[in-house]
Design a protein around this ligand. Structure first.
Ligand SMILES: [Fe+2]
Ligand SMILES: [Fe+2]
Length: 398
């Protein structure tokens, strides 16, 4: 390729790069997009985008290890990327293994052999280093000074987009965390556990939502909003919520109102997630055949998210062991959902439950493992003062 054509090619790629990164607001997608584009523009074999985790003082990046997506962490100061993050100066190595700044650990982990490396800092608007762009093994020869200039321009172009996506990501994470902690308030008062049920049913809800044909983003929203389904229980008096044994008819009517209370607490929120949670709280005890509560709406009149959460919620209640009941056998659980398919539950959601049963049970195992790890770290266990006699679970007397 002539010099002129090469210049033209790069200009086109640069324009394309600008267009693409401006259109992507989600951090994960933005980073993989950047890394794919940098690889092409610089004619490199690989590209890694490292970001600084300010809380841990480390750089992190996503890499493939044995075809598995992994997060890799590097202390600031270690290796080429660590050096760039620490000093803010670019590094261009023509023979990586001969340079003291290079460390072999990433190669060993990823089964790769780095020959040439070009790395530049990614600097935010206030001059603080946000991360490092690193391209590896130029397809022909070594990286030139011109390549270095180009990578610097790309880093400057990308910086504000990465900065905004990071901020958005942090904001969303703290919003989701606050929602989850709100849900824990209601759950803790009722079951005195640290949200085991919430964590599992929320995972199931996300899997079912995706299986129902919703987008990744919509399914993720449902996963995050699902834990609030019973938030309305905070308005139910202790005398009912914590009553051992059966409720009177009046008490049961009041108990059923947790749907209305929850729906109202969350209604008309500005946050899309909270509005979604409001529909879930209001609709999670409606039945497909119209015999549920509080409104007795049926079929597609019940919001899709509520039909999904209803299945996830009851499924978890049945497969789990509680103080007053053992866990049901999975074959009993399946028979129950088969029996209630089209009565209590949306038949389509039940079909998706059966089709994805392995994934859902694997998600339950994974959450249980994490819960155990979390509980091992915080003593005394929150269940230590649980009362011997437990109130009946409203999940099972719908
Ligand atoms: Fe409920
Ligand atoms: Fe529940």
């Amino acid at each position: 390729m002539g010099r002129r054509q090469e210049l033209e090619r790069r200009q086109n790629l640069l324009a394309r790069f600008g267009r693409l990164i401006a259109a992507e607001t989600r951090l994960e997608s933005l980073l993989s997009l950047i890394s794919e584009e940098l690889k092409n523009i610089l004619s490199a074999d690989r590209c890694r985008v490292f970001l600084i985790d300010p809380y841990k003082g480390e750089l992190w990046t996503r890499v493939l290890v044995n075809n598995e997506d992994k997060i890799l962490r590097v202390p600031i100061g270690r290796g080429v990327a660590g050096f760039v993050a620490k000093t803010g100066s670019a590094v261009n190595l023509h023979s990586a293994y001969r340079d003291a700044r290079f460390t072999e650990d990433l190669d060993r982990l990823t089964g790769y052999q780095t020959k040439t490396v070009l790395a530049v800092p990614l600097t935010g608007h206030d001059g603080i280093i946000l991360g490092v762009f690193e391209v590896l093994n130029k397809l022909k020869g070594a990286f030139t000074e011109e390549d270095e200039g180009l990578l610097r321009i790309l880093a400057t172009m990308a910086a504000s987009f990465v900065e905004n996506a990071t901020l958005y990501n942090d904001l969303r994470r703290s919003h989701v965390e606050t929602i989850y902690r709100m849900a824990l308030v209601a759950e803790f008062r009722d079951q005195k556990d640290t949200g085991r049920h919430l964590r599992r049913m929320s995972r199931f809800s996300g899997i079912l939502a995706r299986a129902m044909g919703l987008s990744d983003a919509e399914a993720e929203d449902i996963r995050c909003a699902a834990p609030l389904h019973d938030i309305g229980k905070v308005a139910i008096p202790d005398s009912i919520l914590r009553k051992p044994g059966a409720l009177t008819a009046d008490e049961y009517e009041e108990m059923k109102r947790h749907t209305i209370y929850g729906g109202r607490m969350l209604a008309n929120a500005e946050s899309r997630l909270l509005r979604l949670a409001s529909r879930i709280a209001m609709g999670h005890h409606e039945r497909y055949d119209g015999t549920g509560y509080p409104q007795g709406v049926k079929g597609e009149e019940i919001p899709m998210e509520a039909r999904i959460v209803s299945v996830a919620d009851v499924f978890d209640a049945l497969i789990s062991k509680r103080v007053y009941k053992g866990a049901w056998d999975i074959s009993e659980v399946k028979a129950y959902f088969q029996e209630q398919r089209g009565k209590i539950f949306d038949p389509q959601v039940v079909d998706k439950l059966f089709e994805n049963l392995d994934r859902i049970l694997a998600a339950a195992d994974e959450e249980n493992r994490r819960i155990q790890e979390d509980e091992a770290m915080q003593k005394p266990t929150p269940t230590a003062n649980a009362q011997p006699e437990q109130p009946e679970d409203h999940h099972l007397r719908r």
